[in-house]
Design a protein around this ligand. Structure first.
Ligand code: HEM
Length: 181
């Protein structure tokens, strides 16, 4: 995984809990903690950091990933306004991750291994997203979507009807967006 994701985790942890807590997580995870944005680092280091945060905060690892994704979006919106400006609603923004955002990410961060989603219309919701990745970071994807919704003054409800963690070959996540009053 690219260093930029580790940098983002450090930023959100430091903002919410302070630099000492990040240092404690790095120690507890037994990782170096020194990540350059363009470097590539083992996925196991990210998982070790998430596991250390899960242990420290007494919340399941998937909740840590969801929180990380959600808290990242305001920072991403500050750093990459160009990805947000063309859109008025979360649904369009999320669809653009496949066609615009992640392809751009691959240009800027050579070697980035970004997921490709399949999008469709679900019966029950506004957007159906199929997610496949050897990393099985569906909770991170949900967190990103939740954080994105907040950027567009919307909320999102998920129906995660199939999950790779339950042995399916892909996650199927239906999303329902609601505009905040
Ligand atoms: C401004 C918006 C975004 C930026 C700049 C961005 C950038 C990135 C980057 C740099 C990576 C790491 C790739 C690697 O290390 O190899 C990544 C991974 C990922 N992104 Fe995005 N992303 C954005 C929005 C989103 C959104 C909205 C979603 C979901 C709805 C999403 C889902 C994911 C997931 C799940 C991964 C983990 C990799 C995997 O599953 O294998 N991203 N993204």
């Amino acid at each position: 995984m690219k260093g930029v994701v580790f940098n983002l985790l450090e930023d959100v942890v430091t903002r919410a809990h302070g630099a000492d807590v990040w240092d404690d997580l790095v120690d507890a995870a037994g990782v170096s903690g020194a990540y350059t944005s363009l470097g590539s680092y083992p996925d196991s280091e990210m998982l070790a950091l998430v596991a250390a945060a899960s242990e420290a905060l007494k919340v399941p690892p998937n909740d840590v990933l969801r929180w990380f994704g959600k808290e990242s979006m305001p920072l991403l919106a500050e750093r990459y306004p160009v990805f947000f400006e063309p859109h008025k609603e979360t649904r369009d923004f999320i669809i653009s991750v496949n066609s615009i955002i992640h392809p751009e990410v691959r240009k800027v961060y050579p070697g980035a291994d970004v997921p490709v989603f399949e999008f469709g219309q679900s019966e029950a919701g506004d957007l159906m997203m199929t997610y496949r990745s050897h990393r099985k970071l569906c909770a991170l994807a949900e967190g990103f979507a939740q954080g994105a919704a907040a950027q567009f003054s919307e909320t999102v409800a998920f129906e995660h009807s199939k999950c790779m963690h339950d042995g399916h070959d892909a996650c199927v996540i239906s999303m329902n967006f609601q505009r905040l009053a």
